[in-house]
Design a protein around this ligand. Structure first.
Ligand code: GLP
Length: 242
């Protein structure tokens, strides 16, 4: 794992965006795995800036998002579909048919999970996967558990995650209790992974992620088995590793 410690959130966002830009510009076509949450917002803003400056072209980019809440329709302001439109897709030249986000509203979520996994496979797997991290060490919505799932699956959100994500909703009861998420295998099969973490709230999770120990109690710790992971952390998130 390569760990890059940067001064602050702005630097983190710029570095992450420059890595994505480089990958898009160096590949004929790229399958890009995307994350949501507060952490990558700055990276998306920077990518939009690069696109508007003419430095970036999304024509040959296919995206797959990590996860989506169960029961939120795409037009719900807290759905990850809505998030992606607001932060990236509405501002760049990506074509609608190249955008993939799991739907949390299907009548058959198991079928939805299977089909999502197949679609990623048919696209040739993820080339570059962007990840955030939960304060409890989750990636995507792979929550700490005795056993983790390999493929895209339906998951119950941890109480800590519901509490953390309630800041985006009017009240904690409005936070969906379930989500569809890429599995640990889906993520680990990505050719390259960039994990972003900002703020003191993530420092313990980052320490555990880089600890040299693997545990399903910290799903991100499994990334230590991957050959091409770059962890970009700001000073606050790096507080317990320096
Ligand atoms: C969410 C998402 C994750 C994200 C994480 C951290 O619940 N499912 O993909 O990485 O939590 O979010 P934030 O960046 O807002 O701290």
């Amino acid at each position: 794992m390569i760990v890059k410690i940067v001064e602050n959130y702005l630097e983190l966002s710029r570095l992450a965006a420059s890595m994505v830009t480089k990958e898009i510009n160096n590949c004929k076509s790229l399958v890009l795995g995307l994350a949501t949450g507060s952490t990558p917002e700055g990276m998306y803003a920077e990518l939009v800036k690069q696109f508007k400056a003419g430095n970036l072209d999304f024509k040959n980019v296919i995206t797959f998002n990590l996860d989506e809440y169960v029961s939120l329709k795409p037009e719900h302001p807290q759905s990850y579909y809505y998030y992606m439109k607001r932060h990236l897709f509405d501002h760049v030249n990506i074509s609608q048919e190249n955008i993939n986000i799991p739907t949390g509203c299907s009548n058959d979520l198991y079928k939805e999970c299977y089909e999502y996994e197949m679609k990623i496979s048919k696209a040739g797997g993820i080339g570059l996967q962007i990840l955030g991290i939960g304060a409890n060490g989750h990636i995507g919505f792979n929550e700490p558990a005795e056993a983790l799932s390999v493929n895209t699956h339906l998951v119950k959100l941890a109480d800590k995650t519901i509490e953390a994500n309630s800041r985006f909703f009017k009240s904690p009861d409005q936070v969906p209790r379930e989500a569809v998420t890429m599995g640990m295998g889906t993520i680990m099969h990505a050719e390259k992974i960039v994990l972003l973490a900002s703020g003191t709230g993530k420092s313990e999770a980052i320490k555990q992620t880089l600890s040299g120990r693997l545990t399903t109690a910290v799903p991100a710790s499994l990334l230590q088995l991957h050959r091409n992971v770059t962890v970009i952390v700001d000073r606050e998130a790096a507080a317990l590793i320096i």
